[in-house]
Design a binder for this molecule. Structure first.
Ligand SMILES: Cc1cc2nc3c(=O)[nH]c(=O)nc-3n(C[C@H](O)[C@H](O)[C@H](O)COP(=O)(O)OP(=O)(O)OC[C@H]3O[C@@H](n4cnc5c(N)ncnc54)[C@H](O)[C@@H]3O)c2cc1C
Length: 387
């Protein structure tokens, strides 16, 4: 795939360098890690050494001083090589961003250098059993006990809690004046008493696992609350836009990986007199996939630029659209790639079949395609709400 002309020379150099790292690992490495129930520690460490994991975090805390544009390049290129790192979506992108923008000086000093050099990671927990698409129904609640907080609730599908040093939990506190519940973010250390996790058995083949979390009066010090108790929603949205842009990057990377395998195969495989790629029934869907991937990436770049320039509102719409387009492009690219390989598309050797499940994740998480259509219907087009 050609280097995108919209990117600076630095971006293109970063793309090339990350792609080179990705090629050293690739899909075989990830498949092995998953089979061994391990974690991609070697790739994580190498990416950390090269400064890729914290490219978006402030330089004064050991980061690269870039933005989500740079971090999305890192994730896309690792994905295009077949070895995406899902924790980039949560640790530096959501948690790093929220702490860098809203954390206290002490929280920044405590967390950002580790998140930037990859020596520490943080998971992110918002989804609850009765509050998936509707995050207004979150019931995980924090109440004051002296200077401490006591946090109680349940979360589901939270990725990487077993390897993360802490999880940024979205909870609620009671407004002292109005009695209404307002969202707040808490840093919960992995080994905090009362913080239990149960692995959810998923069909997705990835090294990052999902967990149900039970928080039973987890006692947290006052400074576990990120930033300002009254600015919870603003802080939350600051993390959700990067999450959507990074999910788009994840999908674009996976789509490129699948499309490339299909194109290589279609050039070689001949069952009549010319390679199967000469048949338009094979070539056109691949060409269409390429177009859809490029368009999704363009929207992702727009979203990242708006976000990095501080336009949270503009970035919100673009990030949703980018995630929508990238997830759809990815599902279709993977499906077409599997089909292009015929029987080999379902073989373990070619490693595409398991992507059928993996490619669906971005259609569901962190926000489903229907909720994005709802957002665009209501926010962009001004249509009435059905729910
Ligand atoms: C692999 C994986 C990793 C994840 N990692 C994390 C994580 O790290 N942290 C975290 O907090 N969460 C995580 N999640 C959870 C994810 O964000 C949720 O699954 C997602 O928000 C959807 O919520 P739900 O599963 O409860 O679906 P539901 O909200 O129950 O939705 C089910 C279906 O109904 C549709 N629907 C719901 N409401 C409407 C409506 N108003 N109009 C039209 N359609 C509607 C949805 O589009 C969807 O198709 C992860 C999920 C997966 C699969």
């Amino acid at each position: 795939m050609n280097a995108p002309v919209l990117e600076t020379e630095e971006h293109q150099a970063l793309r090339a360098a990350v792609a080179a790292l990705g090629r050293r690992y690739g899909r075989d490495y990830m498949t092995r890690v998953v089979a061994e129930e391990g974690h991609p520690d070697e790739l994580w460490a190498d990416a950390a050494k090269l400064g890729y994991l914290g490219v978006n975090l402030p330089e004064e805390y050991g980061g690269g001083g870039g933005g989500i544009a740079e971090l999305s390049i890192v994730l896309e290129e690792l994905g295009a090589a077949g070895s995406p790192l899902l924790m980039l979506v949560v640790s530096p992108a959501i948690c790093g961003t929220v702490i860098a923008r809203f954390g206290t000086d002490e929280q920044k000093r405590q967390w950002l250098p580790g998140l930037a050099d990859g020596s520490r990671t943080m998971a992110f927990g918002i989804t609850e059993p009765d509050a998936g698409s509707n995050s207004h129904r979150i019931t995980t609640t924090a109440r004051r006990d002296g200077d401490d907080w006591l946090l109680t609730g349940r979360k589901v599908f939270i990725s990487g809690v077993d390897i993360a040093d802490a999880t940024l939990i979205v909870g609620r506190t009671e407004d002292a004046r109005t009695g209404r519940l307002k969202p707040c973010l808490f840093i919960v250390p992995r080994d905090a008493p009362g913080f239990a996790r149960n692995r959810i058995d998923m069909e997705v083949q990835a090294p990052e696992k999902q967990f149900e979390l039970v928080l039973d009066d987890v006692r947290l010090p006052a400074d576990a609350l990120v930033g300002d108790e009254d600015a919870g929603l603003l802080q939350l949205f600051a993390g959700l836009n990067p999450e959507r842009i990074m999910t788009a990057a994840f999908s674009v990377g996976m789509a490129r990986f699948a499309l490339e395998r299909a194109v290589e195969y279609a050039k070689e495989r001949a069952v009549w007199k010319s390679p199967i790629g000469a048949h338009q029934a094979v070539a056109h869907p691949l060409a269409q996939s390429h177009i859809e991937i490029e368009l999704a990436r363009l929207m992702m770049q727009k979203a990242a630029r708006l976000y990095d320039e501080g336009d949270d509102m503009g970035a919100g719409e673009a990030a949703n659209m980018a995630k929508f387009a990238a997830a759809d492009a990815c599902v279709k690219a993977v499906d077409q790639a599997v089909h292009t390989l015929g029987g080999n598309g379902l073989s373990k050797e070619y490693g595409l079949a398991s992507l059928i499940v993996a490619s669906r994740v971005a259609r569901i998480a962190p926000v489903s395609r229907e909720m994005i259509l709802n957002f665009v219907s209501h926010q962009t087009l001004g249509l009435p709400k059905s729910y």
